[in-house]
Design a protein around this ligand. Structure first.
Ligand SMILES: O=C(O)CCC(=O)C(=O)O
Length: 252
């Protein structure tokens, strides 16, 4: 894929709040990530859970993904920030036959301490389509700021019936993508996925980025401990990351 976003793509992201990138990663890159996810199972993580987080701390192949220019440089083209910070990386398993839906929500509702400017990259590892729980977005919903959510079965949510009341006139869009395809969306864009009722798994990687200026400190109210974050600078305007991963290097 061409690493340089077109003016039309940047305009679409700014106006609609999301961008679909049908072939972000190639077959080899997807295969490597699929193995890394399968190896999480070998390491004792439950691949039937809804998700496993803090991936970059678990396997270097996930770290290489975030430093891949197709990821870090691409995010850098969409934001004005000087430094980009990865604050969360996870795999979402919408498992064959009994996947769990994730109801409508804005990601920024999860990061209330920071200005609401997170950006999310969602990468399909499997084919994601209407029958196995692909993503949906509500284009232009990022223009209203963070709206009140209620607590649902899988976290903060806005119920189906409230969507048209809060966002009148906006039309939901289903976003099927092939393996290696990605969606990038503003943290205020309303999005969801439906339950996987097909016999095919729908695995996806989710990377959350923020402006390095924002210090994200989230305390678990029960344990009074800081939640585990990836907490890592991945990109600077004056630098480019190394293609093979590792630490960013000077452009000069
Ligand atoms: O991967 C999914 O099914 C849902 C992703 C999502 O909305 C999230 O993780 O915030």
């Amino acid at each position: 894929m061409d690493l340089e976003l077109t003016p039309a793509q940047k305009k679409q992201y700014a106006e609609e709040g999301y961008l679909s990138l049908p072939r972000l990663l190639d077959r080899e890159e997807v295969a490597k990530l699929r193995s890394a996810i399968a190896d999480l199972g070998q390491a004792g993580f439950n691949l039937k859970a809804r998700q496993v987080g803090a991936l970059t701390q678990k396997d270097p192949r996930f770290l290489q993904l975030v430093f891949n220019p197709k990821v870090s440089d691409l995010i850098g083209q969409l934001v004005e920030w000087d430094r980009i910070f990865l604050h969360s990386s996870k795999v979402n398993f919408n498992c064959a036959n009994d996947g769990v839906p994730k109801t409508w929500h804005q990601d920024n509702v999860y990061w209330p301490e920071v200005p609401p400017n997170q950006i999310t990259m969602w990468i399909a590892i499997d084919d994601a389509d209407a029958s196995n729980g692909c993503m949906w977005v509500l284009p232009r919903s990022h223009t209203q700021g963070v709206v009140p959510h209620s607590q649902g079965a899988t976290g903060w949510e806005i119920t189906e019936e409230n969507v048209p009341k809060i966002f009148p006139g906006l039309t939901p869009l289903q976003c099927p993508v092939e393996p290696g395809g990605a969606l990038v969306f503003h943290g205020n864009v309303l999005h969801k996925s439906e339950a996987n009722r097909s016999p095919r798994n729908r695995w996806a990687l989710v990377l959350d980025f923020d402006d390095r200026k924002n210090e994200i400190v989230r305390i678990n109210k029960q344990t009074n401990m800081m939640t585990q974050f990836d907490s890592m600078e991945i990109w600077r305007r004056s630098r480019v990351p190394e293609p093979a991963g590792g630490q960013p290097t000077d452009r000069r």
